[in-house]
Design a protein. Structure first.
Length: 447
């Protein structure tokens, strides 16, 4: 096993007395693997059903699900045996890669750490952007697909449901998602503060790179319908505009359309400003001094700094937003601490629930055993009554026999425990069988 693999084992003897079903997570993410490898180890939507069924067929795998996004690929399994190596081998073979080349990028969590990790992922605590909410929806998709393909059961299903509940609780009880921590999100959030309702605004986006694409998605999520994308390559601008029913123009035509725009957000790699003071002045005249909110996310700047001298212009640079982002990141870090405290509690609740499954099995066995005894003695008592035996004698027989049969085996073990000086067993028996009896007797006296 490669030394960099993080593996934490859960003490099996602390759980049920029956065969223990263990949770395991194996995966890579943006922290452990470069983009090139993450791309090769990702599952396409088309390949996921086949992958799930293939994974479920591995020896000792009882349940399985796969979470695959641009930043992570994680395999969640319920297994009755320690078979990490078999899962690693399957993972590498499914993608046609040498397992020795991917081991150094893998992390593995067993049981308790899997429970904790799933909750942290659902809450956005393990994301590239701390507290981002999209991952919870992606986890719900992974759960739904596994459920649809019949590869998920009681334990993994419970883990997903608990993770979703924790994610909701963290977002309700902490401020982890309330403060923008990316320049794109910060720009849109600032625009929303100024305009309130963005649905009736017209937005000009200058550039067509990753930042502008992310900004466009945030604007679309806010209900913005009028989007103009200006780029040196009109074809690239058109491709992005088509996705959001927007309009594409060249950089040279910005001056022609600027007067239509309430919001301008720019992010290109141009070495010189694209929007000058004169262009903005002319647009303001056409707008009859209606204000324009402008955000320049580029370095070097896309908008001449002198534009900020104009009345009715609200111009923010990337540095202006950065101070907001740093402050908000501190807020998210504090909220993340609160989230971890919530998760600690929920991990304990989940493990307690699983331990209780052992009690359910034992209780069912005891109940079945006592019912068998009761039915046998009751049938004999009925036969005695049918034969004309005195009813009082039959009732005495019934009560006496049931008592003896119920207590025979426990009495034998308790006598042996006493001989072996096992006071712990005697104390446990007293708590199980006599505590309630004493309490009931006390209540009777009180009445």
């Amino acid at each position: 096993m490669h030394p960099s693999l993080k593996i934490t084992r859960f003490p099996l003897n602390t759980l049920t007395r029956k065969s223990f079903m263990s949770l395991i997570t194996l995966g890579i993410n943006h922290k452990t693997a470069p983009l090139e490898l993450r791309e090769r180890l990702a599952f396409t939507p088309q390949s996921l059903p086949e992958a799930l069924l293939s994974l479920k067929k591995l020896k000792h795998i009882e349940e399985a699900s796969i979470l695959s996004t641009c930043n992570r690929t994680e395999i969640y399994c319920v297994t009755s045996e320690d078979n990490d190596q078999a899962i690693i081998q399957w993972f590498s073979q499914f993608h046609g890669l040498d397992e020795n080349k991917i081991k150094e990028h893998l992390y593995i969590h067993d049981h308790e750490e899997t429970v904790r990790h799933a909750m942290e992922v659902a809450c956005g605590l393990d994301s590239m952007i701390l507290g981002e909410p999209q991952i919870a929806g992606q986890m719900k998709d992974a759960y739904a697909l596994a459920n649809e393909n019949g590869t998920i059961g009681q334990l993994l299903g419970k883990l997903y449901q608990r993770a979703f509940a924790v994610s909701k609780q963290v977002r309700t009880d902490t401020d982890i998602g309330s403060s923008p921590v990316s320049v794109a999100f910060a720009a849109v959030s600032l625009a929303k503060q100024i305009f309130g309702d963005l649905t009736k605004t017209t937005v000009l986006l200058v550039g067509a790179g990753e930042t502008i694409e992310l900004t466009t998605r945030h604007l679309h999520a806010q209900g913005v319908k009028n989007i103009i994308i200006a780029n040196r390559s009109v074809e690239r601008a058109q491709k992005l505009a088509d996705e959001f029913d927007g309009e594409a123009i060249s950089l040279q035509h910005i001056g022609t359309h600027l007067h239509r725009c309430d919001i301008v957000i720019a992010s290109t790699a141009s070495p010189l400003p694209i929007i000058g003071k004169g262009t903005v002045e002319r647009a303001l005249k056409q707008r009859k001094r209606e204000p324009i909110f402008m955000v320049d996310l580029a370095v070097p700047r896309d908008i001449e700094p002198e534009v900020n001298e104009l009345d009715d212009i609200y111009l923010y640079s990337v540095d202006d937003l950065q101070s907001v982002i740093e402050e908000n990141m501190e807020n998210r870090q504090q909220a993340a601490q609160q989230a971890h405290e919530i998760i600690d509690t929920q991990v304990t609740h989940f493990l307690d629930w699983q331990r209780s499954l052992g009690a359910v099995d034992v209780i069912a066995q005891i109940r079945q055993h006592t019912e068998n005894i009761s039915n046998d003695v009751l049938n004999k008592a009925k036969k005695q009554l049918a034969a004309g035996q005195n009813a009082d004698e039959v009732l005495d027989y019934l009560a006496h026999t049931l008592t003896n049969k119920f207590l025979h085996q426990p009495s034998t073990h308790l006598r042996q425990a006493s001989q072996d000086d096992r006071d712990d067993i005697l104390d446990l028996a007293q708590n199980l069988f006599l505590k309630n009896a004493a309490d009931n007797a006390q209540k009777t006296e009180d009445k």
